[in-house]
Design a protein around this ligand. Sequence first.
Ligand code: AMP
Length: 288
Amino acid sequence: MRTETRAEDLRTAVRTARARGATVGLVPTMGALHAGHLSLVDHARSDCDLVVVSVFVNPLQFGPGEDYETYPRDLDGDARRLADHGAHVLFAPDAATFTPTAAATTVHVAGLTEHLEGASRPGHFDGVATIVTKLVAVAEPDRAYFGEKDYQQLCVIRRLVADLALPGEVVACPIVRDADGLALSSRNAYLSAAERDRALALPRALGDVAAAWDGDADAARTRLAGALEAAQGVTCDYAEIADPDTLAPLHGRVAGPARALAAVWAGPRESPTRLIDNVALPAVAAAG
Ligand code: AMP
């Protein structure tokens, strides 16, 4: 595996491989890689000849007061894990070069970004969309891999790629969870054992909603919100039942599939950890 830090060098490496007939898979990450990230790398490895993984803690997607400075960073460990999983190129640009303060362009995806995560994290998706556009422009992938863990992000990127006719197919990969059900996240490292125990309310509430799902979106939303509001040690930010593509809130009985999405704050009030999770709610066959 080779490491590149400059966009021009990544572009050259990719174009050289492509000239030999290689297909290219891109896996954008912020590093501190865990089995969730590595599952994306494994998917890319099974589909593509050249797998490029970016590790970049993107300052544009952190708001004021968020954890940009303290976000876990472990580039040496990441490089080892990526080499073990057969990645070919690690792209690790530095923030000053890849997100210069003089840059004047922001990519904004309207509508999809205004509620859920977007409501609590203004500007977050502009930062994500801008950097993903740049990574795709440089790597020109045949496929780009994203986790369903960040489901709204996945929808935003699908829309971005379609609207701007960016190269590459967006491939969604399922959520990887720990044995206790908590979705793997670099931010789980912030939680003590007791806080983590209480954070399990999030996957449990989503699992219960999925198990009880009968197509009644309002009942499902009430059940999800109720469970998270009643849970000890977490504060519910949102609990939503939404269209799986547009993320528009659903009401009444719905025939087609839906997505249950939720965010909570866990840990101490002075420095809470934001956790997000979601689950698919399948189409319900019409009665009779
Ligand atoms: P991040 O480093 O948090 O920006 O995540 C990079 C990519 O890994 C995103 O596409 C995430 O959705 C994906 N990802 C993070 N955690 C998981 C997980 N537990 N399961 C599947 N994909 C994940």
